[in-house]
Design a protein around this ligand. Structure first.
Ligand SMILES: [Zn+2]
Ligand SMILES: [Zn+2]
Length: 429
């Protein structure tokens, strides 16, 4: 699903790469909305065959697609009311619900027949809960070749999820390249930085406001704060998760311990990863409002991650002008979002149509990306190559054009035959 400028992405999202009639199945890599967000549109256009996913991806999709349908319906309603033109929602709630009827969950490592002659197997991509790379074994004329789709590739050492498993015996590879031109801070560095920010803000009697994407990043923050609290690395101040969607997503996490990384000490030793005495979930609007009136240091985690909507806006409207507070940015902030203006430390922010002076401390932790960086992508590919004596072409996808191009050059210098395919191009391998 394309996101961004309203009309532009609405047009792009209505354009399908192949007619519905020619589709035999869908194999989904993970629940992030850029990958799953248009599935209900397929259903609205008449698709009625199977959608494959891992079990955790299926359950995360249930809440994310319902949320996406809800946002689109609300958006259309809002525009109609303001007479700002009408954009028909891409799909409605009934299509999101019907998508779940068609979605079949399969475990990692268990091959399944997509269509005759095409067998697929999910392996862990280590990116978000349930994320997968897909091995596609294609048999034609008695010969089998393996096409691998990397999906979004995660990082070693991320909380909760396992490390990415590089596929073996690939003949050709479709690979993501989002951060093909730069490296992130380390995961361990991010953890230490978080602890220090919480300690310093609490000492001043302020609040740490963490805008976080409801699915994935919020659970990661809960997990890290839990482990810091267990070590006594942060003071005993209340931590609020103030987002109904994040609360639902946390429940889905709790339903899928099979996807957790059993090599992490806390996963093995703690029964309730997402429940501890400092942590409070606020679902009710009234409870959320009460937080504004509360006193003393605290941590508040709320959506949306880019500060464009959701309850974080109320906390920013009330807390951005207080120099004791810290706004802690733990995710990517796109251009033209309130989040980007916070990161740029603009002197005033526009929230709900009002000017709010920005006096709070602003901190950015870059180490929480769920995507492999350049070094990690190269090392993942190196391990694929080691286990794939016949590795042919590597097709790069999922990155901005200049980044993809730079990464292609980097890979070519390392001896790979890498290419950045144009949409609708056809290849043989
Ligand atoms: Zn993703
Ligand atoms: Zn993605």
């Amino acid at each position: 699903m394309f996101q961004g400028k309203r009309q532009e992405s609405a047009d792009k999202n209505r354009e399908l790469p192949v007619p519905i009639k020619e589709l035999d199945a869908v194999v989904l890599s993970h629940a992030h909305i850029d990958h799953s967000g248009r599935l209900p549109y397929l259903i609205a256009e008449g698709y009625s065959k199977t959608i494959w996913a891992t079990s955790a991806t299926r359950d995360l999709s249930a809440i994310m697609l319902a949320d996406s349908a809800h946002i689109q319906e609300k958006d259309a309603e809002f525009l109609a009311k303001r007479h700002k033109g009408f954009i028909e929602p891409l799909y409605g709630m009934r299509h999101a619900v019907r998508t779940m009827d068609l979605m079949v969950g399969v475990p990692y490592g268990r091959p399944f027949d997509v269509v005759p002659g095409l067998k697929a197997t999910y392996i862990d991509a280590g990116h978000i809960l349930g994320s997968a790379s897909v091995l596609l074994d294609c048999t034609e004329g008695g010969k089998t070749k393996r096409l691998v789709f990397s999906g979004d590739i995660g990082r070693s050492g991320l909380a909760i999820v396992r490390n990415p498993v590089p596929p073996s015996e690939a003949d050709a590879l479709i690979m993501e390249s989002t951060y093909g031109n730069r490296d992130h801070e380390s995961v361990e560095g991010a953890r230490a930085q978080l602890a220090q920010i919480v300690r310093e803000t609490a000492a001043k009697g302020g609040r740490v406001l963490i805008p976080a994407f409801a699915v994935g990043r919020t659970q990661e923050m809960i997990y890290v704060l839990h482990s810091l609290a267990r070590e006594g690395a942060i003071p005993s101040i209340p931590i609020y998760v103030d987002s109904p969607l994040a609360i639902d997503a946390t429940t889905v996490f709790e339903m899928h311990p099979e996807a957790f990384d059993r090599s992490e000490e806390m996963v093995v030793k703690t029964k309730d990863l997402f429940r501890f005495d400092l942590l409070h979930y606020t679902r009710d609007v009234e409870e959320s409002k009460a937080l504004s009136r509360a006193h003393g240091p605290m941590v508040i985690i709320a959506a949306s991650g880019m500060m464009e909507n959701g309850r974080i806006l109320h906390h920013l409207a009330q807390g951005a002008s207080d120099p004791r507070n810290t706004i802690l940015v733990v995710g990517f902030q796109a251009e033209h979002t309130l989040g980007r203006r916070v990161v740029e430390k603009r002197p005033t922010l526009q929230i709900f149509g009002d000017d709010v002076a920005l006096h709070a401390r602003v901190e950015v932790i870059d180490g929480y990306s769920a995507h492999a960086d350049r070094t990690e992508l190269i090392s993942w590919l190196g391990r694929v190559k080691e286990q794939s004596p016949n590795l042919g072409p590597v097709w790069l996808v999922h990155g901005e054009a200049p980044v993809q191009d730079e990464f292609r050059t980097t890979l070519a210098a390392l001896g790979y035959s890498a290419d950045c395919p144009e949409p609708h191009a056809r290849y043989e391998f």
